[in-house]
Design a protein around this ligand. Sequence first.
Ligand SMILES: Cc1ncc(COP(=O)(O)O)c(C=O)c1O
Length: 418
Amino acid sequence: MSISILAQNLHGSEIIKIAAEVNELKKQGQTIANLTIGDFDSNIYPIPEGFKQRIVEAYADNQTNYPPADGVLATRQSVSEFIKNKFNLSYPPNQVLITGGSRPLIYSIFMALVDPGDKVVFPIPSWNNNHYCDLTRAQSVLVETRPENNFMPTADDLRPHIKGATLLALCSPLNPTGTMFTKKDLEEICDLVIEENKTRKPGEKPLYIMYDQIYSQLTFGKHQHYNPVSLRPELKDFVIFVDGGSKCFAATGVRVGWGFGPAHVIEPMKAIIGHMGAWAPKAEQVAMAAYLKQEAEVNMYLQALKTNIQSSLTALYQGFQQLKAEGFAVDAIEPMGAIYLTVKVDYVGKTTPEGKVLKNAADINFYLIKEAKVALVPFAAFGADGSVNWFRASVGASTLQEIEEIAPRIKEALIRLK
Ligand SMILES: Cc1ncc(COP(=O)(O)O)c(C=O)c1O
């Protein structure tokens, strides 16, 4: 009553509901492996020491007044050099925007491009696009993906949906799956967007791509990160990148995000960010500017973080593969990037020792929380149907040892199902 229609229609986070259940059991003294949150335990994964010191120095240097609306110039310069070094992408500092973590970038991309009723196309499962559609009153177009393609969208999946759309929201490595685009799949999607834009009339809005690559520094083994602009430079005016330090520096609470793209989109985004006041804290920006320049230090940190995250993901993956080999109805997709593993627990219709029938993924999840002391997030929290028995497992808040103990506990819990 007496609040906006938008506020009435907002959806809460599914993950928070699961977290509430986990916290309740923790209060009762139980130890639960919490694989729900897309975050790091900062005692297991602290931010880089050199970054931390520079933040402290920036405060000591009284870097505490308003930063410029688009970010401190030195930070935009450092980011511009960083993306040149890492991806060979050329964006001058005036096409870079520094924000309070990367979420404000996503919101401002939607605000800058999408009018109420515009079509925004995104794959399912994916993270939070539905909420940004709600906030901008966009028409969301959900495109289902398949485990056979690692839950990444293909051009064929997207083709029937992009006619007349304003925004295609892509992410790789993908939250929630930890999987990535192959070069060929991303190239074909780029070509689809190029073709669609050729059909637009002068003055009509083109189809833009929001390319969220916040996990691009966390990729494993042979899996290589690709981006639309390097693959198809002619898309440069149509791609806005979402990136930042939250995941690659395990710095989710530090709140320094960066985005880059064509000036005609970055400029209005800057105004929107300014009105929201969603800047990154100035001292953190100053520290990030100095830290990003320390190439050897940054690479050493990234290497160590990647090695540890990969070990945890691989241990969990192997645990699930072992259960599968023993005949349990579970599966897992090889980890490629980010901090997530995609796992399947296919036990709908089975009965618990208390006589309760597991009706959907949420029931399976709550059974595992209680009986195996492990909490996952069903793909339903990322837009999939409740009948989809795939889950996200996030390893950032657990030690390797904790991860290694999970599969045996799941096994015991599954054995008890009839
Ligand atoms: C794909 C993706 N993009 C963006 C974000 C937001 O990151 P930040 O904490 O920098 O706002 C997240 C956080 O979980 C994410 O998973």
